[in-house]
Design a protein around this ligand. Structure first.
Ligand code: C2E
Ligand code: CA
Ligand code: CA
Length: 435
């Protein structure tokens, strides 16, 4: 859907002599640039999590978001010869005769401009985008349609890896749409064939200097394709509804295996299991959790359910009720990826939780960047005054650890302590750290 109002809005900006054009015009300009012997490059940008913004904040709000972001993206490409707003969450830019280094710099600027906080109707929103870049040269001439397709493919691949990145098309993802379809079908089979297993990442307590927690992370070992990342299959599972089955499988595996780990370690206290709010749309969270805990005789006090911040906002009342019931039986609740949503403080105000996990994007630069340090310290203080424990995610080096310890953070998780590993390896690690 091309937004006419937005087009007028952008096209009338006096500082830009380029016109916002539709898809056909973009293709025409690509063809004429090629006819004059120029190399051409198309950058496609998708707004990440756009559907979530629409469902949480409404169409009118989302409309203002994409208008504003459109302006920002346009400003990042002063030498563009065409700019199109192809769909609400999709933009395309045409450039000619430029270098890979320049394309990289421009894409970085566009992503940086996009990421700056937006203030709309007194709400602050942070939007990120994923860009894909495709080029046609005399060696490998491609028309505009092919370039759009290739750039779109790598942009959506970037999104499925977490977004906020740009990728040059290199020919390797041509099979992507096919792979996606196959995976969806395969995922059903994988559940039956027991291909989904659980890995565990240690969570290290900064006071006792011991591993006191484990985060259970789903892993899929595909019979033909090998290991498939959860960032690829979890969104697929959410879309197809299979997340309910996967979630149940992970929860019961994690609890059963943790009983074993607890018997070998005297420092381990809990296991944290990720929970997609969409699971509640399919099943009764309380019933399923109580059934699994009851069947395994697993103490509720040793289970933490992690729910990402943005999921909290989308499911509102129903989720609060379920979580309250579980909390009264002793299960703890963690707000995951804190700081990545568009209404972090509202989550704290409206959703009772026991643990707050600060997202790695703040943690990674907190030891060297003033803003990230200030935010991280403030979040730790707020959480403590709300009686919550704080886990910092994505800790990769000593500097980060020192900073977090000084800031009063309770626990850390990240490659510095250990990556997620299979049950046998984690049992070994616990024996060492718990003795
Ligand atoms: P998450 O819950 O934020 O999990 C943390 C992710 O960060 C994990 O990726 C972990 O391997 C990665 N990570 C841990 N330490 C570091 C570090 O120091 N540096 C960096 N760069 N990364 C680190 P993973 O295992 O690929 O999981 C990705 C996401 O998939 C998870 O993010 C979670 O949202 C989702 N997920 C995984 N398992 C499940 C599950 O059983 N159910 C649901 N609903 N979602 C799951
Ligand atoms: Ca998590
Ligand atoms: Ca997280």
């Amino acid at each position: 859907m091309v937004n006419m109002e937005h087009r007028d809005n952008l096209a009338s900006k006096p500082q830009d002599n380029r016109q916002l054009c539709d898809r056909q015009e973009l293709l025409n300009r690509t063809a004429s640039a090629q006819a004059s012997g120029n190399s051409v490059h198309i950058i496609v940008l998708y707004l990440d999590r756009y559907r979530k913004i629409v469902s949480a904040l409404g169409h009118e709000f989302a409309h203002q978001v994409h208008n504003e972001i459109g302006d920002r993206i346009l400003r990042a490409f002063p030498d563009a010869i065409a700019f199109s707003h192809l769909a609400d969450d999709e933009f395309a830019v045409l450039l000619t005769s430029t270098t890979k280094a320049r394309l990289r710099t421009l894409s970085e600027t566009a992503l940086r401009n996009t990421r700056e906080a937006l203030l709309i109707d007194r709400q602050t929103v942070v939007v990120t985008a994923s860009a894909g870049i495709a080029s046609s040269s005399t060696k490998l001439p491609l028309d505009g349609t092919e370039l759009l397709q290739q750039a779109g493919l790598v942009a959506s691949e970037g999104q499925s890896k977490g977004g906020n990145c740009f990728t040059f098309y290199s020919g390797s993802v041509q099979q992507q749409p096919l792979r996606r379809l196959d995976l969806e079908l395969d995922l059903r089979r994988a559940l039956e064939a027991n291909e989904i297993s659980v890995f565990y990442q240690p969570i290290f307590d900064l006071r006792s200097n011991r591993v006191t927690g484990l985060e259970a992370l789903a892993r899929w070992r595909h019979a033909d394709l090998g290991w498939i990342e959860p960032t690829e299959f979890i969104p697929l599972a959410e879309e197809s509804g299979l997340i309910a089955d996967i979630g149940e499988r992970v929860l019961s595996h994690a609890c059963a295996e943790t009983i074993e780990f607890l018997s070998r370690s005297n420092s381990l206290e809990y296991v944290a299991v990720n929970f997609a709010a969409r699971q509640i749309e399919h099943r009764d969270l309380v019933k399923i959790t109580e059934q699994i805990l009851g069947r395994l005789n697993f103490p509720a006090g040793r289970l933490v359910l992690e729910i990402t911040e943005s999921d909290f906002l989308e499911s509102e009342k129903r989720i609060i009720k379920s979580l309250d019931t579980l909390r009264s039986s002793g299960v703890r609740v963690a707000i995951d990826d804190f700081g990545t949503g568009y209404s972090s403080l509202r989550v704290l105000k409206e959703f009772p939780a026991d643990v707050l996990k600060i997202d790695q994007q703040f943690v990674q630069n907190a030891h060297c960047q003033h803003v990230d340090a200030t935010i991280t310290r403030a979040v730790i203080d707020i959480a403590h005054s709300l009686n919550m424990k704080v886990v910092a995610e994505g800790v990769e080096n000593t500097e980060q650890l020192h900073f977090l310890r000084a800031a009063g953070c309770d626990s850390i998780q990240g490659y510095y302590v250990g990556r997620a590993v299979g049950p046998e390896q984690i049992a070994d690690l616990l024996q060492v750290s718990g003795s």
